[in-house]
Design a protein around this ligand. Structure first.
Ligand SMILES: Cc1ncc(C[n+]2csc(CCOP(=O)(O)OP(=O)(O)O)c2C)c(N)n1
Ligand SMILES: [Mg+2]
Length: 323
């Protein structure tokens, strides 16, 4: 990764966010293995630079939408990690009052309007929020994070078309980790060309190295600028990799099937290590950089304690909010 002209305080902040996500997910993985967490967890380990780079370009009021693999989006946008951990433990103090579990999380106070595990579901929702912002002229930008698998759903294309037509202030962030469950991209598509989908619909499109947080931030900053200035949507394809299985803590298995032998080379391009090298090149000492580990470790330990000591939801409220 090249030298960066960004202020050192911002680089440090992004590093902290990525470490917080990594350690949070590792703590979740351990608790799943221990049988303490029952909700299915799709871990974000390996993809931290995407959420961090995009959210670093957003304001608190901007909207973020996610899917089944969204702990990282929630943390990067500034959601409360006690409430996230409690939700993953399905406790009443969770961000969705223990009704949602890992895949239905929200933090409207920081713009996270929701995550929906139906693949591609929040692509049109983000466009709807962007349409509302355009009508209200509130200058908010809306972001949908989704996977490469989601681009195979019809409403990905339908939404790009309408967003392009109405020049909606929305970012479509595709996290291309090359797998949809256990199926590699090459088994599902004739061409590796997700980024070209935008051009069909008048949507600016760009492909970036999703493990390079500075490249992701740069693309997101340009896209946010375009959106706020009435120039419409951008599709950002971020090429990255998840280190764990599709769901759960196992290292390289997807529903019992071993992936192709590509994990090793992606671990060598660990997004956190890449940014650490930039910080060291800018004159930070290893001790300064590594100090965040203790701080993040303490925060996560506190969140786990909070979650475990929280009550379970009251069964009498089971049908509340059910239509
Ligand atoms: C509409 C729909 N079809 C199928 C599923 C089952 N499913 C859950 S996650 C997933 C894979 C999604 O892959 P991708 O979009 O690339 O995201 P990733 O898991 O790689 O982050 C599938 C097929 C679903 N949840 N919703
Ligand atoms: Mg995928």
């Amino acid at each position: 990764m090249p030298h960066s002209d960004l202020p050192i305080s911002l680089l440090r902040r992004m590093y902290r966010t990525m470490v917080l996500i990594r350690r949070f997910e590792e703590a979740v993985a351990d608790r799943v293995t221990a049988g303490e967490i029952k909700t299915p967890c799709h871990l974000y380990i390996g993809q931290e630079a995407v959420a961090t780079g995009v959210c670093s370009a957003l304001d608190r009021e901007d909207y973020v939408w996610g899917g089944h693999r969204s702990h990282g989006h929630y943390i990067a946008k500034g959601g409360d990690i006690r409430a996230l951990m409690a939700e993953i433990f399905c406790r009443a103090t969770g961000c969705s009052e223990g009704r949602g579990g890992s895949m239905h999380i929200c933090a409207p106070e920081v713009g996270i309007l929701g995550t929906v595990p139906l693949v591609a579901a929040t692509i049109p929702l983000a466009a709807g929020a962007a349409l509302a912002s355009k009508l209200r002229n509130d200058r908010r930008v809306s972001v949908s994070f989704f996977g490469d698998g989601a681009t195979e759903e019809g409403h990905f294309h339908e939404t790009l078309n309408i967003a392009g037509l109405y020049r909606l202030p929305v970012l479509f962030v595709c996290e291309n980790n090359f797998y949809s469950s256990h199926l590699h991209l090459s088994e599902r598509r004739v061409c590796d060309n997700i980024d070209s989908a935008g051009q069909l619909h008048g949507v600016e499109s760009v492909r970036v190295d999703g493990n390079d947080v500075l490249a992701v931030r740069d693309a997101a900053t340009r896209a946010v600028d375009r959106a706020r200035n009435g120039m419409g949507p951008t599709l950002i394809e971020c090429r990255t990799f998840r280190w764990r299985g599709h769901v759960g803590p196992s290292w390289d298995m997807d529903v019992g099937i071993k992936r192709k032998d590509d994990l090793k080379q992606w671990i060598e391009r660990d997004p956190i290590r890449l940014l650490r090298e930039v910080l060291l090149a800018q004159g930070e000492s290893p001790e300064e950089v590594d100090a965040v580990e203790t701080e993040c470790g303490d925060l996560i330990e506190d969140a786990v304690g909070f979650a475990k000591n929280s009550p379970e939801p009251d069964p009498r409220q089971l049908l509340q909010h059910v239509f």
